[in-house]
Design a protein around this ligand. Structure first.
Ligand code: 1PR
Length: 528
């Protein structure tokens, strides 16, 4: 029996599912005392250091965790849990950590690399341990803006380090206690194997695999993401569909390319680094009435152990009985159903309009509310831009670029207009305004679609991607237009996008994910 510490932050469903998948039973901590008495404890964590510490103290868990770790009882901490073992964090100045390991958690410093670090990176093993038994150089999934650093005072704890601009602590272990900055429950087979070693009750340190002598820096991989646009068809079935420039109907019928849960599982097995679901009619309906989407997440997370993002309809809402739901309430339901990140489309455009009008933040936007509780890395902005061609940059106040292929009337420039409601309505905001303000409001990643390219199989819009990538520090996912495996190599060579997403070519089985990955790897680009 494995005991799980669920203190109400982030996606614990995936951890629970991973434990069950490995054949173990799992129960939740019900009283603080159980933290000390549990035979094996998993302490997952996502989100803001201060919020997590406040909950641990409020519920009487913090002191019990300290007691448990001093008693050297088998404990596995994940992500922000690792950070709480330290004395404090630059994320929440003045908030004390558990103080078990000497040192302060720091923010990644300014470098060329985007922050948060989101994606698959390697590890360098520093001491003998059995938790990495069977490890063969695989990468693990990281998602964080803050990091622990090794020092003379904490070196007895350092199990692995990883490089991301600078070297940071990617896992710690001592006696029966281990914590990883990466998410084993989101790291495919390699992560499940690691968890299994812990669950099987092996000694963690001083036996098993030896420290690695190879001290070359680890490298983060470019991510390949499979996207499933989901909606109900006219018969009322929830289907994966796909549009051409956002038009999902063919001869009047919504295209049906398969069942969401089955397709997500197939993409996981084929090596997708992430899976994204977009509820494309979510802007019309209240998503919490849309129980099938929550069910899709719950079912998918039973068998898919890479990050899941869900978007569509994330905004505040008052139902017909007058009950008010904040965007945070809606997002929380998704996180608890198995989502690791939520994506916001239309509501982000409205939030930016409000910001530009007031010229300041007011704490009310969905982006601010969700990122404060779940961390910036959990908030993706899905941008649906469309090209607006102009003859000269003076014709508009928006940021323009010179286009390689002239517009329909020979125009040499364009700007990218943001749209809402699935591309149905254009607003007076350009992509650069949108992404820079969203970053200020606390978004952690940009999913950059392009209506002109969507479903065309003609390759990604490199000009758009470079424009956006140059405007923000947070990671950018290039989306729309993939038609061949080479298009992925091109987008990684021609732009600094951290990830590339595709839908149609995967659904229509034109190019398998494995082929995309081998093509990109053969071009010398780091891939998982
Ligand atoms: O506005 O917060 O409710 O979110 C709605 C979400 O649904 C947004 O993320 C928006 O992008 C998405 N959406 C709305 N309508 C459509 C549509 O297609 N009619 N789909 C839509 C957007 C675009 C991509 C697609 C890529 C790759 N889909 O995600 O998967 O373009 O396609 P390809 O590889 O086949 O070219 P809100």
């Amino acid at each position: 029996m494995i005991t799980l510490l669920d203190y109400g932050a982030g996606n614990v469903r995936s951890v629970r599912n991973a434990i069950r998948k490995l054949g173990f039973e799992v129960k939740d901590v019900e009283t603080p005392e159980e933290i000390v008495t549990a035979e094996k404890l998993i302490f997952p964590g996502v989100g803001n250091f201060g919020v997590v510490m406040e909950r641990l103290v409020r519920d009487g868990y913090a002191e019990k965790l300290i007691e448990r770790i001093h008693l050297d009882k088998a404990t596995f901490g994940i992500c922000v849990a690792l950070q709480t073992f330290f004395e404090g964090s630059a994320e929440s100045p003045g908030v004390a950590g558990l103080g078990i390991i000497p040192g302060q958690i720091e923010r990644f410093s300014d470098s060329e690399l985007s922050v948060p670090q989101i994606g698959w990176n390697g590890v360098k093993i520093h001491k003998s341990n059995s938790i990495f038994d069977g490890y063969n150089g695989e990468k693990f999934y990281f998602v964080h803006s803050f990091k622990a650093v090794a020092s003379e005072e904490n070196k007895d704890w350092i199990l692995t380090t990883t490089d991301y601009g600078e070297e940071f602590v990617s896992s710690v272990a001592k006696g029966q206690v281990i914590a990883t900055q990466f998410h084993p429950e989101k790291s495919g087979d390699a992560g499940l194997r690691l968890l299994e070693q812990f669950l099987k009750g092996k000694e963690i340190v001083e036996s098993g695999v030896k420290p690695q002598l190879d001290n070359r820096p680890t490298k983060i991989a470019k991510r390949i993401i499979a996207c499933l646009d989901v909606r109900s068809n006219d018969a009322g079935d929830l289907v994966v569909t796909k549009g051409d420039q956002y038009d999902v109907r063919q001869e009047g019928e919504v295209r049906n390319l398969g069942k969401p849960v089955e397709l997500a599982r197939r993409y996981y097995n084929e090596g997708a680094d992430e899976v994204t679901f977009l509820n494309i009619t979510g802007f019309r309906n209240f998503p919490l009435n849309d129980q099938p989407m929550l069910e899709v997440l719950r079912e998918t997370s039973k068998n898919v152990f890479v990050p899941l993002t869900i978007g569509g309809g994330i905004r505040e809402f008052t139902d017909s009985d007058g009950n008010f739901y904040s965007a945070l309430d809606v997002a929380s339901r998704y996180f608890r159903s198995g989502a690791d990140k939520i994506s916001i489309g239309s509501d982000a455009v409205y939030a930016v309009e409000k910001y530009l009008e007031k010229k300041s933040k007011d704490g009310t936007s969905a982006i601010e509310q969700i990122s404060i509780v779940y961390g910036a890395q959990a908030v993706v902005i899905s941008v649906d831009p469309r090209r607006v061609y102009v003859n000269t940059p003076d014709e508009t106040t928006h940021a323009t670029i010179a286009v390689k292929t002239p517009g329909p009337n020979g125009e040499k420039y364009c700007w990218y207009q943001c749209t809402v409601s699935g591309g149905r309505e254009g607003r007076d905001i350009d992509v650069v305004q949108l992404v820079t303000v969203c970053e200020k409001l606390g978004a952690g990643e940009i999913l950059l679609n392009c209506i002109d390219k969507d479903g065309t199989n003609s390759g990604f819009d490199h000009e758009l991607i470079n424009m956006v990538r140059g405007a923000v520090k947070i990671p950018v996912i290039a989306s729309s237009g993939a038609g061949t495996a080479d298009h992925f190599t091109d987008v990684f060579r021609e732009t600094n996008a951290e990830a590339a997403l595709a839908a149609g070519i995967f659904h229509r089985e034109e190019v398998p994910i494995s082929k995309v990955k081998s093509t990109v790897a053969n071009a010398g680009i780091e891939i998982r």
